[in-house]
Design a protein around this ligand. Structure first.
Ligand SMILES: Nc1nc2c(c(=O)[nH]1)N[C@H]1C(S)=C(S)[C@@H](COP(=O)(O)O)O[C@H]1N2
Ligand SMILES: [Mo]
Length: 163
């Protein structure tokens, strides 16, 4: 009798569950040794550190996540001793799910040259980053405004500026 409706219901629930579990990925592409694509579980297994970010209303928050340098190293990007000569002309374009994008020189992301530790955060004030801002937020300490601390980061594209 109700078998068709039951099937329709089970099917709809399956689709809804699949959508709710939709995996977010973070990628590093371009001038890399090995293109990197990680999901939330893989990022959660990496070394973590915490930094403070002052929000646009002047309030301090603690963000926790993976140092960006570790992600660059995992993708085989030229960092540390390899970051000299023409490699100093490389930049990292950070792309977000909402179309927002920000730019860094590669040197700004390497703590061998820059004293600020930039992280790919997965937690804000010890809680997962809220819906619509996560699951990954770039957190750039020490800037005047948090404009480059972008939400919903999906990709780093590494390129030579001279191209
Ligand atoms: N993906 C994405 N990230 C973004 C933005 C945006 O529009 N999209 N706005 C930026 C700007 S201009 C500011 S000031 C900060 C605001 O962050 P806050 O809400 O933590 O203060 O987010 C930044 N990150
Ligand atoms: Mo802003």
């Amino acid at each position: 009798m109700y078998i068709k409706q039951l099937f329709a219901l089970v099917f709809s629930l399956t689709v809804l569950c699949a959508l709710a579990n939709a995996q977010a990925f973070f990628q590093v592409t371009g001038e890399v040794g090995t293109p990197l694509k990680l999901n939330e579980a893989e990022i959660a297994k990496m070394n973590r550190t915490s930094v403070t970010l002052t929000d646009k209303d002047g309030k301090d928050h603690s963000y926790t996540g993976v140092p960006v340098l570790d992600l660059l190293n995992r993708a085989g990007v030229t960092t540390g001793k390899q970051l000299h000569g023409e490699n100093l002309t490389k930049y990292v374009l950070v792309k977000c799910a909402d179309g927002y994008a920000v730019l860094f020189s590669l040197a700004e992301m390497d703590t061998a040259l820059s004293k600020k530790t930039i992280i790919l955060a997965t937690e804000a004030d010890n809680k997962p980053i809220p819906e619509g801002k996560g699951p990954f937020r770039l957190v750039v300490p020490g800037e005047g405004r948090p404009a480059r601390s972008c939400f919903q980061v999906v990709e780093f594209i590494v390129k030579f500026a001279k191209d």
